[in-house]
Ligand binder design. Sequence first.
Ligand code: NAD
Length: 386
Amino acid sequence: MYNVKCLNKISSVGLDRFGANYTCGEDVENPEAILVRSASMHEMELPSNLLAIARAGAGVNNIPLDKCSEAGICVFNTPGANANAVKELVIAGLLLASRKIVSGIEWAKSLKGKGAEVGKLVEKGKSQFVGPEISGKRLGVIGLGAIGILVANAAKSLGMEVYGYDPYLSVDAAWGLSRSTKHAQTLDEIYANCDYITVHVPLTPDTKEMINAESIAKMQDHVRILNFARGDLVNSADLLKALADGKVASYVTDFPTDEMLGVEGVVAVPHLGASTPESEDNCARMAADELKDYLENGNILHSVNLPNVSMPRDPAFSRICIIHRNVPNTISLLAGKLAEFGINIENMQSKSRKDYAYTLLDVTGDLNGNAAKIEEFPDIIKVRVI
Ligand SMILES: NC(=O)c1ccc[n+]([C@@H]2O[C@H](COP(=O)([O-])OP(=O)(O)OC[C@H]3O[C@@H](n4cnc5c(N)ncnc54)[C@H](O)[C@@H]3O)[C@@H](O)[C@H]2O)c1
C-alpha cells in the first residue's frame, strides 16, 4: 500500500491512474508520494518516509530541490503535457497575426445599433482588415522541443514552408519532426528567410531578449513574430520601435506588458497557452504515471533532480534502487558488498546528474536484510528494495 498526498486539487483523470494499492487525497498522512501543482513546499517539513514528489506542470520553483536531493526524494515534473494546448493557440496566433481578426471583431462590435445598415456597413468597411493567408508562407520555428515540433508539423499541414532551428535537438524530438522541415543551421537563416517567426525556447541567459533590434534588423520586412514561450525572450522597446517603423507587421504574444497593450499590430493574449481542461488532465495523468512507475518499479522518467534511469521488470529478480552521491568508487563498493552478502547482480543501470547518481540493480540471492546495511555506507543516500 502506498499513500499519496495531494497538496492541490488534482484532476481525477490523474488520481484514477492509482489503483487499489493506493490511498490518495489531501488529508493523507505519512505519504510516500506527494502530488502538487502550485502550492509552495519551501516551508513544509518533508515527511520522513517521502520518496517522491510530482509537480503536475513544468516549473518546479515551488519545490525545495536541493533539500529533496539531499533527502533522497525524487522530484518529477510533466514536460510537454501542455504542448498540444500551446500548439493550438500558436496556430490561432498565426491566423491572428495575419488576418486582422481581432481589430475586425472590435470594429464589428462598434456597428451595434445600426440596425438594417449593419450588412452594408460590414461590406463597405471590411477592406481595412485584409490580411494574407498563411498557406505558402515561410515559418521559422526557433526551438524544436515538445511545443516547437507540434507547431512545425501543424503549420506544415496548413501549407506553410517550415524552417526549424534548434542546436540541441533531442533524438526523440527528431523522430517526431516532419521530414519536410528545413533544418536551419543558424538563427540568421531563419531571420533571412521567414515571413513568420515563432519562438519556443526556454528563457535562459542565452535566450533572454534574443528578439531585439539587432535580430529584427536581419528579418524580412513586415515579418510577423509570435511569442508563446516567455515575455523576456523579446526586448519590448526594440519590438515596439520595429512595429512603429513598419519593419514588423505584427507581434502576437501570450505575455503582454503594459507598454504593449493597445498598440497597433500587437495581439495580446493573457497567458492562455496551457489554459485548457485537457492540459490539466494530461499533467495529472503524467504525474501519476511517473510516481507509480517510481514507487512500484524504481524507474525514473522526467525527474528534475535525479537522472532518468529505467529498466523493464523481470519478476524473477528483486530490485534494489539506490540514490547516492556522484563520487568515484561507489559502484564498485556496492558490487563488492553485494558479492560479500552472496547477492548476484543480474541487470544494472546507473546514471549520474551533477552531484547525485541513481543505480538500479536487479539481483538474485537472499537479501536477508543486507540491503539495508548498504544505506550505512558513505555517500549512499537512500536504498529501497522492491
Ligand atoms: N504560453 C504558455 O502557457 C506556455 C506553456 C508551456 C510552455 N511555455 C514555454 O514554452 C517553452 C517551450 O516549451 P517546450 O515544452 O517545448 O519545452 P522543451 O524543453 O520541450 O523544448 C525547448 C526546446 O528549446 C531548445 N533550445 C534551448 N535553447 C535554445 C536556443 N538557444 N536556440 C534554439 N533552441 C533552443 C531545446 O533544445 C528544446 O528542444 C518553455 O520553455 C516555456 O517557457 C509556455
